[in-house]
Design a protein around this ligand. Structure first.
Ligand SMILES: Nc1ncnc2c1ncn2[C@@H]1O[C@H](COP(=O)(O)OP(=O)(O)OP(=O)(O)O)[C@@H](O)[C@H]1O
Ligand SMILES: [Mg+2]
Length: 281
């Protein structure tokens, strides 16, 4: 006896497996967001509790003033985070709509600010003015979280995260590059990093993140569903750059030859490009 499926049953089983994979990917993304925000709120509460205790112990005006300022700053940070999460919860539809990518990026960096500080990662931002992109904000935030957490995990001894945002009016695409100065990706595994369940991590790290190998496969699926592109360039020992290209909500201007576009040049002539770029899909 064999439990091999009959030929007729295979497409149906494949469909079921794909649905289960998509469900698993949604759950990992949700788990990532939940663990990041819970961590953040816990940190903020610790700050509030410790400065309240300090203010109670020391009755001089100067210490109390400092304690109140710290408590206020921590509470305002919590308010900004919950505000951005409520904003995400509102946009639950699967629809693509004009979306402010700068805001999404800032919200995501705010959420990960503590974690990046903890691992001594400096953030550099080069954000040019861009039009709104046609996107599902929740999904794009999942992509950003994945890429930034991957970058952080590639720099266990600290490093630099560079974020660049620009618009190419010729193609109508908005480009977002996330570059790290981490371990890089060996050329032999570069073609596999977008495969579901491909991971080089042994399991969740000390922050409870990483290791399922679903992050990049989900990023690729989401970006393709947006009619966008995701590409990677990496140099082992020097770092990795992921670039997302998303259609802007404005129609493209008069077509221009790509060679004349400084932004396209920038992406292609990256100093990291010692390994051939591996476009996803
Ligand atoms: N910025 C990066 N620097 C170095 N290697 C990376 C980077 N991003 C991804 N990788 C490699 O690609 C692999 C797949 O990444 P992916 O995000 O899909 O899975 P993961 O991070 O291992 O697990 P998770 O599902 O929790 O995200 C990683 O295990 C790592 O080897
Ligand atoms: Mg990952």
């Amino acid at each position: 006896m064999t439990d091999q499926p009959s030929d007729a049953a295979i497409p149906q089983q494949l469909e079921q497996l794909q649905q289960r994979l998509a469900q698993a990917q949604r759950l990992t993304a949700l788990g990532e967001l939940l663990s990041t925000t819970t961590h953040e709120f816990n940190n903020i509460l610790m700050t509030v509790i410790n400065y309240a205790k300090l203010g109670l112990r020391h009755t001089d005006n100067e210490t109390r003033q400092k304690a109140f300022e710290k408590i206020l700053a921590a509470a305002q940070r919590a308010a900004r985070i919950s505000h951005s999460i409520l904003g995400m919860a509102k946009n639950r539809s699967g629809n693509l709509e004009p979306t402010n990518l700068v805001q999404l990026l800032e919200d995501t960096l705010l959420l990960l600010e503590r974690e990046l500080n903890k691992y001594r990662i400096a953030v550099e931002k080069y954000l040019q003015p861009i039009p709104p992109v046609l996107a599902n904000g929740n999904q794009i935030q999942q992509v950003l979280l994945n890429l930034i957490i991957n970058a952080r995990q590639a720099m266990p001894q600290g490093g630099r995260l560079t974020v660049k945002l620009w618009h190419d009016p010729g193609s109508g695409m908005v480009h977002l590059m996330i570059r790290d100065t981490g371990c890089g990706i060996p050329p032999e595994i570069l073609p596999r990093i977008f495969d579901p369940f491909f991971t080089t991590k042994t399991g969740p790290d000390s922050s409870g993140k990483g290791g399922t190998g679903l992050g990049l496969s989900m990023c690729k699926e989401i970006i393709q569903a947006h009619q966008g592109r995701i590409r990677v360039e990496s140099a082992p020992g020097r770092g990795t750059a992921f670039t997302l290209m998303l259609p802007s909500a404005q129609p493209p201007a008069e077509p221009a030859p790509p060679a004349l576009s400084p932004s396209t040049q920038e992406a292609v002539s990256s100093p990291l490009s010692t390994a051939p770029p591996a476009p996803a899909g």
